[in-house]
Ligand binder design. Structure first.
Ligand SMILES: NC(=O)c1ccc[n+]([C@@H]2O[C@H](COP(=O)([O-])OP(=O)(O)OC[C@H]3O[C@@H](n4cnc5c(N)ncnc54)[C@H](OP(=O)(O)O)[C@@H]3O)[C@@H](O)[C@H]2O)c1
Length: 312
């Protein structure tokens, strides 16, 4: 797959793709690439206004883009459920679900359901969304894929089940790392459960974008009011970041390439895995730990009340 680009994606006519965080960064670029190949893209955004603005920009680039913006706030389980119900009602099937939205290194906040925000949005919201959309994914005429966007930052994460929501001790980066490790544990556990339930027509794949210059790096400094950190992030983005379009490639490859199997991890293969074209990679050892993954699954069931009906 040396030098794989979005041009190599197959035609996606008659396919429905759901992208979370579709109004910005990797989600916006991914939406454009899916639309260019003929997919119907449901843009799951926490702000319909920002979503519509991004959809208008996408239509400038792809005039016949088939896009629909719907509200989905991953920091609110009720919003996630309402969104998923609407999609199940209005679409025959979902062929690709990109669990892409995320927040990074923000001051401690809680979701509507009292979850620490980074774990709540990045993992628990997507856990609930995927569970609610599973019937629609199973209804896909071909293979359906659940692609979850993790990060190289999973390596600085550890699952602290004693203080999962970091009420006793909060570090913005360790909480981000935990949430991105959770993305991987979730993906690999989902794949094992789909496999053992013989739901072979739905597969789960993880990816990461390396380092892409997007809005992700700015929200934390803005919310903590740190002009210095914001300036530092702007310099880092300009010097180290690849474009959002490049950063979206691993997600697009994971979502559409034939040679991808469930349980794989795709990331950019260039300098320090921070840039370049997609390749298959291995995430850290903890992310493959089955006991931790089973425990996270069970905690995610309890916290969200969403059960997939897939046994361990
Ligand atoms: N950029 C990188 O270098 C990098 C590296 C590693 C991993 N990642 C991962 O890539 C993913 C996409 O990030 P990005 O770089 O494209 O950042 P971005 O430009 O900031 O986009 C993040 C998206 O997530 C959405 N979002 C945030 N909170 C949400 C919520 N409560 N409900 C629904 N959507 C919400 C944002 O919506 P609003 O616009 O409304 O805030 C935005 O659309 C994230 O999961 C991130 O962890 C990125």
């Amino acid at each position: 797959m040396t030098g794989w680009t979005a041009d190599e994606m197959p035609t996606l006519e008659d396919e429905t793709v759901v992208v979370t965080g579709a109004n910005s960064g990797l989600g916006r670029e991914g939406t454009e690439a899916f639309a260019r190949k003929g997919a119907t893209v449901v843009m799951a955004c926490r702000s319909v206004e920002r979503g519509e603005r991004a959809a208008a920009e996408t239509r400038e680039a792809v005039p016949d883009a088939d896009l629909e913006v719907r509200r989905c706030d991953l920091a609110d389980l009720e919003s996630v459920e309402t969104f998923a119900e609407g999609v199940r009602e209005d679409y025959d099937a979902v062929d690709v679900l990109c669990n892409n939205a995320g927040v990074m290194a923000i001051p401690r906040q809680e979701t509507a359901d009292g979850f620490e925000m980074q774990l709540g949005v990045n993992h628990l919201g997507h856990y609930a969304l995927t569970g609610h959309l599973l019937p629609a994914l199973r209804a896909s005429a071909g293979e359906a894929r659940v692609v979850t966007q993790s990060s190289g930052a999973h390596e600085m994460g550890t699952m602290d089940f004693e203080d999962l929501h970091r009420e006793q001790s909060y570090g913005k980066w360790s909480a981000y790392g935990q949430s991105k490790l959770a993305n991987l544990l979730f993906t690999y556990e989902l794949e094992r459960r789909l496999d053992s339930a013989d739901v072979g027509d739905v597969t789960a794949v993880a990816c990461h974008p390396g380092y892409a210059a997007t809005n992700l790096q700015y929200r934390g400094p803005r919310e903590s009011g740190s002009a210095l950190r914001l300036a530092g992030m702007k310099v880092a983005n300009a010097v180290l970041g690849q474009s959002a379009a490049k950063g979206a490639l691993p997600m697009l490859f994971a979502a559409t390439a034939d040679r991808v199997s469930g349980g794989e991890y795709v990331g950019p293969g260039g300098l320090l895995d921070m840039r370049g074209h997609p390749e298959f990679q291995r995430s850290n050892d903890e992310s493959y730990d089955r006991e931790t993954a089973r425990r996270l699954w069970s905690v995610s069931e309890d916290e969200t009340g969403v059960e997939y009906g897939l046994s361990a």
